[in-house]
Design a protein around this ligand. Structure first.
Ligand SMILES: N[C@@H](CCC(=O)N[C@@H](CS)C(=O)NCC(=O)O)C(=O)O
Length: 212
């Protein structure tokens, strides 16, 4: 049975999983969950994903949610070891990869997802953007990008010297920054962030998923 991905093409977390699927050339069927209609809050959906959020996968009856956990599972299962995830047997390399995974979740995702919520999703939902919240998260992000610059000046990627799913995890929310007037490619202040972002965003997997 072909792998089923329950999600929505506009959902950042669904895009994260799709990009990893493209990197691995794994065939899949996207089962579109209409967020506008509240399909992710239906009893059938919540019976599988108790938080009522997309995405989840159904891999021949095995169901898994949380986009980053799905990405790890898919990479380990589908020949991604040494390609987009380090070999867990190489302890130090794997530990640096896990360090990168924590960096993305604690130093990038909180501000970029909050900014996307304020500037992109709230207007779509007919809600008002709060300028003070936007400023607060912009300031936080600027500080975090300085940390990214320091890290990327001593290693090629976030999880070490090889590209991993951790870099890919940044793509959906990172790409939404551009429509909010924050272009990581225009950032002369952070040349290593610029180098890293240019390479990441030009990957065929992301171009396909983002429709570029
Ligand atoms: N940590 C979860 C977050 C999932 C999530 O926030 N999904 C969003 C779409 S990107 C969603 O379903 N939002 C609707 C809601 O929370 O009601 C993951 O990475 O899968």
């Amino acid at each position: 049975m072909v792998l089923k991905l329950y999600g929505n093409p506009h959902s950042t977390c669904t895009q994260r999983v799709r990009t990893v699927l493209e990197e691995l050339s794994v065939p899949y069927e996207l089962v579109v969950i209409e967020l506008q209609k509240g399909e992710h809050k239906s009893p059938e959906f919540v019976a599988i994903q108790p938080f009522g959020q997309v995405p989840y996968i159904d891999d021949d009856g095995f169901k898994l949610f949380e986009s980053r956990a799905i990405a790890r599972y898919l990479a380990l299962k589908n020949g991604g070891v040494g390609k987009i995830i380090p070999d867990p047997k190489n302890l130090q390399k794997f530990a640096l990869f896990e360090q990168g995974a924590s960096i993305e979740q604690s130093n990038f995702d909180p501000s970029v997802s909050a900014l996307a919520f304020e500037n992109v999703f709230k207007p779509l939902l007919g809600q008002k953007t709060d300028p003070a919240t936007v400023e607060k998260h912009k300031t936080t992000l600027a500080g975090k990008l300085a940390g990214y610059e320091a890290l990327l000046s001593r290693q090629k990627y976030i999880g070490g010297d090889e590209l991993t799913i951790v870099d890919i995890f940044h793509l959906p929310y990172g790409a939404l920054l551009k429509v909010q007037g924050i272009d990581l490619l225009e950032s002369d202040k952070y040349p290593n962030v610029k180098r890293w972002w240019a390479e990441l965003t030009s990957r065929p997997s992301w171009k396909k998923v983002s429709g570029q």
